[in-house]
Design a protein around this ligand. Structure first.
Ligand code: ITT
Length: 186
């Protein structure tokens, strides 16, 4: 069983391969840019999946994700990629220097679409807190800042395999994988 994953992010590919291995799904990676429309993660994933499925003429998945920080009114959210490339983790820590409420969530929306059907969405969320400094150099982007609930280590201190056991991406891709197995009928 195979699925084409559209992303320009190699870290997502590595994580998705590790997750799909558990479900016997082979991942084919294609880096094919698509417009990220204004809206929430679901809007972006729906539009992107449809756009690429029609252009490539085959079923695809895309994933839109981000980190949502409560005391920053859920910023950076859908702007996570831009904010990471501009102010980065140090900028986020600065914005939060006086905030005692450190609650944050990573959220992931996976969009599946075929050229002839409407997109389907699978969601995953993980709760945690923003640490007081960057910790670890595993993973990518906000991982060194994010300490998942029940842990003392950040995602940046966990291996890909450990993060893959319970991350936002694990939850959304696992929901997709279970559904996809029935859909394909294997
Ligand atoms: P594609 O759109 O090409 O898939 P991208 O990196 O631009 O790749 P997003 O649009 O979904 O991905 O942007 C989400 C950003 O949120 C991403 O660039 C990271 O900065 C951050 N992010 C998402 N998931 C993350 C994770 O598991 N760990 C750390 N940061 C993450």
């Amino acid at each position: 069983m195979k699925i084409t994953f559209i992303t320009g992010n190699q870290h997502k590919v590595k994580e998705a391969r590790g997750i799909f291995d558990n479900f016997g799904i082979e991942l084919e990676h294609v880096d094919f840019g698509y417009p990220e429309i204004q809206g929430d993660l679901v809007d972006v994933a729906k539009f992107g999946a449809k756009h690429v499925a029609v252009r490539l003429g085959r079923p695809v998945i895309v994933e839109d994700a981000g980190i949502f920080i409560k005391s920053l009114k859920w910023f950076p959210g859908t702007y996570s990629s831009y904010v990471q490339d501009t102010i980065g983790n140090k900028g986020i820590l600065k914005l939060m220097s006086d905030n005692t409420d450190r609650y944050a969530e990573f959220r992931s929306a996976v969009g599946f679409c075929t050229p002839k059907t409407e997109p389907k969405i699978f969601l995953g969320t993980i709760s945690g807190v923003i640490g007081s400094s960057e910790q670890g150099n595993h993973g990518f982007a906000y991982d060194p800042l994010f300490i998942p609930e029940g842990y003392t280590q950040s995602f940046g201190e966990l291996s890909t395999d450990e993060k893959n056991k319970f991350s936002h991406r694990r939850k959304s891709l696992e929901k997709f994988a279970m559904w996809y197995k029935d859909y394909v009928g294997d």
